[in-house]
Design a protein around this ligand. Sequence first.
Ligand SMILES: *Cc1c(COP(=O)(O)O)cnc(C)c1O
Length: 496
Amino acid sequence: MAGTPRAHLLTTGTAEDYRRVLAEGIDRVGTRIARTDRPFTGVSPAALAPAVAAVDLDRPLADATAALDELEEVYLRDAVYFHHPRYLAHLNCPVVIPALLGEAVLTAVNSSLDTWDQSAGGTLIERRLIDWTARRIGLGPAADGVFTSGGSQSNLQALLLAREEACARNPAPRRELLPRLRVLTSAAGHFSVQKAATLLGLDADAVRTVPTDADRRMCPDALHAELTRCQRDGHIVMAVVATAGTTDFGSIDPLDAIADRCAAAGARLHVDAAYGCGLLVSPTRRHLLAGIERADSVTVDYHKSFFQPVSSSALLVRDGQVLRHATYHADYLNPAPRASGEQLPNQVDKSLQTTRRFDALKLWLTLRMMGPDAVGELFDEVIDRADGAWRLLAGDPRFEVVTRPTLSTVVFRYLPPAPAGHLADDANRHARRALAASGAAVVAGTRVDGRQYLKFTLLNPETTLDDVAHVVDLIAGHADRYVGERAAAVAPCPVG
Ligand SMILES: *Cc1c(COP(=O)(O)O)cnc(C)c1O
């Protein structure tokens, strides 16, 4: 790019360059997206690393065109493309165009949502979306919340607030309280709960696992038993974390029954709806979240089931006052309010982050250009597809399926013919690797009760049942070949 370093700054004088360079980048990506014929090239880290290592970061290229040419080689060509209908692996959604428009606007204007004096209207837009989400959940008039970088951070903040509430309500000194604090979640809950507990200085065994039923939903009676046990042992349950859409199974804990047990025991209820939050806008399945309105706090990941680009998440709380536990005042940033002075809305008072992206703009433009029903219809469609995939697998003798999906994941495994049963774990692992290496499709793997399983996470309405059937056949093919080769390798000498 010719000219002085200042020519690269987006300023009054360079708006035209900004238009041209961004248009070129968008054009590249548009071409790449349109031409993608498989979700992944199957490239290995070893094959790709030399190209990345060879880039001389101290010697810039001539212009955007050269930089984009290079980027094709080190990134765009081999990236994993979630918009491809045979990407079936993790909780990554294809993204809606209105949100991409929001992303382009928010990075260029570059508002920072920590204080009013760095964002102005951005703060008001984020607050509207927090109110909108809280109302969809049904959290009541005192609700509040804040956008976060993701579900892990939302869960961390929820548990921070829970810890502080538990300490505030209990007169004992903090150092005596901390080792007594417990968090109850199901065996299918997200690992970020455990991570958060560690970060919050809780005991290594502070997170207690509540058993699930056959559909991988927390058992309310088991929760009751654990609450009683904690009370008997002098432990303080600072939060029960229910999951509305478990990462592996898409199962939704029985929220109403759990809320009953929490209310009886005086325990805070946090609902991790990182995955299931899309039901908030579903025209046909909102009832699956019944009881979520009784939560003290809720995690939502718009970047999972609202078809938003990473990152876009929020933590909502029933009582906005609890957010004060995240408040610190810095004289240079958000000085403590004076009795007389006007108090500006500073979102940093509610957040674990300081400088913070205006992610809310993506959801704003999505709602303004599509409306909530359209988003919910997309989520409904992938849930329907998952049910179709379940039928397909449940009726296929080559496979075993764990549970019928409530949301859009299907956990299953290939079953080798009887004498090769002991090869099941290896065959499933192999099939997943071989599939990814071929680039024909990407599926996830997980372990259930100590055995290796495969997982479809369906978040792309473009994925048809034919795509699913095709991938199922590819998996069976890879697994069959693996079992055949292994069986041949260990076969005894032919008799006669
Ligand atoms: C994905 C997920 C999380 C973590 O969210 P990130 O945005 O990846 O940090 C938490 N809980 C559940 C149930 C999830 O599925």
